[in-house]
Design a protein around this ligand. Structure first.
Ligand code: ZN
Length: 133
């Protein structure tokens, strides 16, 4: 079966800035940075249960590139988890703070600065701005 609903989540940025461990006093420089690509790779494989081949296709990257990103994010999360380090999502505040929903096909997406104000999937111009507050 096609996973039509799963595709709606492509390009969704995290709705918050990261994670902090309990009971650890962290120095400012002690942190693990996870970029949006890594976040997306982990989400598609481990949260959406897509195969790596499916996820690579959705992200429009080659399978080896996907595997590299996916292994990188898993290793970072493991390090943060074991060493008690905070995780910070990289990618810019505006990207994390707001996202859009297409009024026609209902996919959720973010817009790049200076990018066109339309849906990346169907090009519909009726889009709704959502903000994380
Ligand atoms: Zn659309």
């Amino acid at each position: 079966m096609a996973r039509i609903k799963k595709k709606r989540l492509v390009q969704m940025a995290p709705g918050f800035g990261g994670f902090k461990p309990f009971g650890v006093l962290c120095k400012k420089e002690d942190k693990i940075l996870i970029n949006i690509e890594e976040y997306e790779a982990l989400k598609l494989c481990d949260y959406e249960d897509l195969t790596q081949a499916e996820a690579a296709k959705l992200m429009n990257i080659s399978r080896p590139t996907f595997t590299r990103i996916y292994e990188s994010v898993r290793s970072k999360i493991a390090q943060a988890f074991i060493e008690g380090l905070p995780i910070i999502y990289e990618g810019g505040d505006s990207l994390i703070a707001e996202w859009y929903t297409c009024d026609k096909c209902e996919i959720i997406f973010t817009l790049k600065d200076g990018g066109e104000m339309n849906c990346p999937l169907c090009r519909n111009k009726e889009i709704t701005l959502n903000k994380f507050e």
